[in-house]
Design a protein around this ligand. Structure first.
Ligand code: ZN
Length: 342
């Protein structure tokens, strides 16, 4: 028997050993990971399992578009081996947070490889309003941040907010079968690289997760295809459901644009009210991350009903109906189906 095994005879001795030799224990500890928002954090936790300790910056019901990072966030980023971000301009504050921290790990853009939906200028209020905001904001960012080090992927070749960042809102994509699976593949590859000893476990978790994603995608397609053709237009607060719309055959209208940073103008709201009346849109959905007074006003003025609550950019708390990414997708589809199918 080796001296070490003798020491491990009792739990107390093992604890003493763990205090005395942190390096030995550290090798078995989960690797520190940061994910920017709850949906991404859940995906990382599914792939990483027991091997990762995930800190999520923007928690349940939080709005990542307008998030203000805290000193605790900077500390979490400083100690992270891997930082997962959505990209596509979703986290406008991430470069400043990284600059304010002592981050020496790998930054992974989870949407890399996804065929992003371009922002349709000209058929949205966004080009009339909000442009000034975005131009100023964008220039500031570009001047201050070190884009040659970080963020090449999400800044090169297009203007601020030129693509819809909400790519998690589709489980799959009719053409390339990507979206959620692309997130999962990017996460799996990054974890396997950061922690090669457990790579086999990450790929095993990936396979189980992808099977669930594919099964749920088929379930959602069937549910949405069962809706009457003339009951597939819905109204939400902000344009978060472009990928869902493209995959599952619905049309979403929203008074606020792609980011909750912008505000709906009176003219936009009036136009939407006219459209709801003209097209006899019967259901308006509230979101957990946005102020719902605007939607309540729209409901009062059109006679439409509140069809339910959709989770756009954040999960619910652990006791809510959308505490995981897959539960969120199922909840949204079920809520839409119940409101539109009746
Ligand atoms: Zn959003």
């Amino acid at each position: 028997m080796t001296p070490r095994r003798t020491l491990l005879k009792s739990a107390a001795a093992a604890f003493a050993l763990s205090l005395a030799t942190p390096a030995l224990v550290q090798a078995k500890e989960p690797i520190p990971i940061v994910a920017t928002f709850s949906i991404l954090g859940d995906m990382v936790a599914r792939i990483g399992g027991e091997h990762v300790a995930v800190t999520t910056l923007v928690g349940p019901d939080g709005d990542a578009h307008v998030y203000q990072p805290t000193p605790a966030d900077a500390r979490a980023v400083s100690t992270a081996d891997v930082l997962f971000v959505n990209g596509l301009e979703f986290e406008g504050w991430i470069d400043r947070l990284i600059d304010a921290s002592d981050f020496g790990g790998t930054r992974v853009v989870a949407t890399t490889g996804i065929e992003a939906i371009p922002f349709e200028e000209g058929d949205d209020h966004h080009d009339e309003h909000g442009d000034d905001d975005h131009a100023e904001h964008g220039h500031d960012d570009h001047a201050k941040d070190k884009h040659d080090e970080h963020g090449h992927d999400d800044h090169a070749g297009h203007d601020h907010g030129a693509f819809d960042p909400h790519a998690w809102q589709s489980l799959e994509n009719a053409v390339t079968l990507e979206n959620a699976v692309t997130y999962v593949d990017n996460i799996t590859a990054a974890l396997a690289q950061a922690d090669p000893a457990n790579a086999a476990d990450y790929y095993k978790n990936r396979a189980a997760y992808v099977a669930e994603i594919e099964a749920l995608d088929a379930e959602l397609l069937a549910l949405m295809q069962a809706l009457p053709e003339n009951a597939r237009t819905v109204v939400t607060s902000h344009d978060a459901f472009g990928y869902f719309a493209a995959r599952y055959g619905l049309t979403f209208e929203a008074p606020i644009g792609l980011s909750t940073e912008s505000e709906a103008s009176a003219a936009d709201v009036a136009k939407l009210i006219v459209q709801i009346r003209k097209e006899k849109i019967s259901a308006v959905f509230v979101e957990t991350i946005t102020d719902n007074r605007l939607m309540e006003q729209i409901v009062r003025e059109t006679g439409a009903q509140i069809g339910g609550t959709l989770y756009s950019d954040a999960l619910s708390g652990p006791d809510g109906p959308a505490s995981t990414y897959l539960d969120m997708m199922r909840h949204n589809a079920t809520t839409l189906s119940q409101a539109l199918g009746s």
